[in-house]
Design a protein around this ligand. Structure first.
Ligand code: SAM
Ligand code: SF4
Length: 474
């Protein structure tokens, strides 16, 4: 048994990051283990987890499993979990409660836990004390070991826990079953070294490790050859890409430019930390038409005092300066953000700084959260005397303001013609299609089904706070 260990997970040594290309294998016993069996994979959390699930799916299909969207039909259930806030935890444990009932009537059902929660000491202790009926737990560092972990659990007929708390290596050549035929996630880096004081990610995902440029570019070129229209370069703070290379001087601006030059129709990247956002990077976004004018630039708070406590390493003023610089050089850019309200000790005055910042930046949209203490992080030990009620009121007030600016940003698109990558049938109306603009706005479109998978021009006919309606512009 390998249990997670936060003391190990927070270490950042000079140990060399290995790029391992032949680590993934399916033991002979497991190659057909999933024949005539179905798997249900539930993903919680961020894009990183969604992409990990695409790898997990491919591994399960290498073991001959086929997919089901109904967990009650499944022979194998895996929850790929998120640890970022308490409610993500609660959702997972709620789901495990439902699965327990199923397992009581379906003894051969296998149940596994994956993702960021598996990397938490307290979660694994809880699984070991209250969820012994589960079959396996693995973490974010050893997804490629899934077939072997399952085999171990089957052979021993008991709960197998295998979670690594090392700083992490890079595993190449893992299979991937992409959810979309038109747009793809491409990891450019793993882990995070920023250690924002509220955040669990540097503990659950290990140290920052940038993939080799040639591995990323080969992946993108293969996607282009397979007809993909869009790639999103993924990392916890993509602008720090390459900072961990020992010898080569190759940064995010170089990578973004080289990816743009592959000729893929759309390039996106997420998430940008304001700290590492260079002028060169802004220049590349401005220069290449296929680098989308959409930037997610989490600010977290408007008060420089709180930003310091959060260890964000920028001030309100330097953030606004960066924001304005981007808007100046990329005038059509849509900029979105993440904001936390109720960080320990946040006063009304601090919160008003956040409102002031939002009124200056007028974001296209924002994800807003109430601060959630995460065990093991520095902020969880800070004194917090703001009541939950007060935090909720602040969130409500902030969301009101955010929604007003989102609607205004969308209003500006009314009657305009915008490019939309049509992804499929709209969830809202089966007679409509849906897709995203270059600026990442969801549009429900009246267009023929043959347009699915194409980038078409759409005239915006109606505007809501979170979406747009449009018609194909012939
Ligand atoms: N790496 C990205 C960055 O630096 O902005 C974001 C990573 S995190 C998955 C996404 C968002 O969750 C963060 O931007 C932050 O707003 C929010 N978040 C992280 N930890 C949180 C906590 N303890 N409580 C509330 N929100 C949190
Ligand atoms: Fe968490 Fe900060 Fe790293 Fe983002 S940059 S993942 S918020 S520690």
């Amino acid at each position: 048994m390998n249990k997670p260990n936060f003391n190990e997970a927070r270490k950042r040594t000079k140990e060399k990051i290995l790029v391992l290309k032949d680590e993934y294998k399916v033991p002979a016993e497991m190659k057909e283990y999933g024949k005539n069996k179905k798997y249900f994979l539930k993903t919680y959390g961020c894009q990183m987890n969604e992409h990990d699930s695409e790898v997990i799916s491919a591994i399960l299909e290498d073991m001959s499993y086929s997919k089901t969207d109904n967990y009650e039909d499944a022979d194998l259930i895996i929850l790929n979990t998120c640890a970022i806030r308490e409610n993500a935890h609660n959702k997972t444990f709620g789901m495990l409660g439902r699965i327990k009932h199923l397992k009581q009537t379906k003894k051969e059902l296998m149940v596994g836990l994956a993702g960021c929660m598996s990397q938490e000491e307290s979660v694994v202790e809880e699984i070991l004390s209250k969820f012994r009926w589960m079959d396996f737990v693995f973490g974010t560092h050893n997804i490629h070991k899934l077939p072997e972990i399952m085999l171990e659990s089957i052979n021993k007929n008991k709960l197998e826990v295998d979670v690594w708390s090392n700083e992490g290596n890079i595993f190449e050549n893992l299979p991937v079953k992409r959810d979309s035929k038109y747009k793809a996630w491409v990891n450019i880096m793993y882990g995070c070294d920023k250690f924002c004081t509220y955040c669990i990610v540097p503990y659950t995902r290990g140290k920052q490790r940038s993939r080799m440029p040639e591995d990323i570019l080969n992946e993108v070129k293969e996607l282009v050859n397979n007809g993909y229209k869009e790639v999103t370069l993924l990392g916890q703070n993509v602008n720090a890409y390459g900072k961990d290379f020992e010898v080569q001087n190759y940064k995010m601006e170089n990578l973004l430019e080289d990816v743009a030059k592959t000729g893929i129709e759309r390039v996106r990247f997420i998430t940008s930390h304001p700290w590492d956002f260079t002028d060169e990077m802004i220049d590349v976004i401005a220069k290449y038409d296929n680098v989308m004018p959409y930037i997610h630039l989490p600010v977290q708070a408007g008060s420089s005092r709180i930003l310091k406590l959060m260890n964000r390493r920028y001030t309100k003023e330097s953030y606004i300066e960066l924001f304005n610089k981007i808007k100046e050089k990329v005038p059509n850019a849509s900029i979105t953000t993440d904001i936390i309200v109720g960080f320990p000790g946040e006063t009304e005055e601090d919160f008003n700084e956040t409102l002031d910042l939002v009124s200056k930046c007028k974001y296209d949209s924002a994800y807003t959260f109430i601060y959630s203490p995460r065990e093991g992080t520095p902020a969880s030990k800070m004194k917090d005397d703001v009541t939950l009620e007060e935090k909720e009121q602040r969130l409500y007030k902030l969301n009101d303001m955010i929604n007003k600016y989102s609607k205004e940003a969308n209003d500006r698109l009314l009657d305009k013609v915008v490019p939309v990558l049509i992804e499929g049938v709209s969830q809202k109306d089966e007679n409509l299609l849906c897709g995203y603009t270059d600026t990442m706005k969801l549009v429900n479109v009246k267009a023929p089904k043959e347009d699915i998978g194409k980038i078409i021009n759409v005239k915006i006919t109606d505007v809501k706070t979170w979406s747009l309606d449009g018609i194909k512009d012939e």
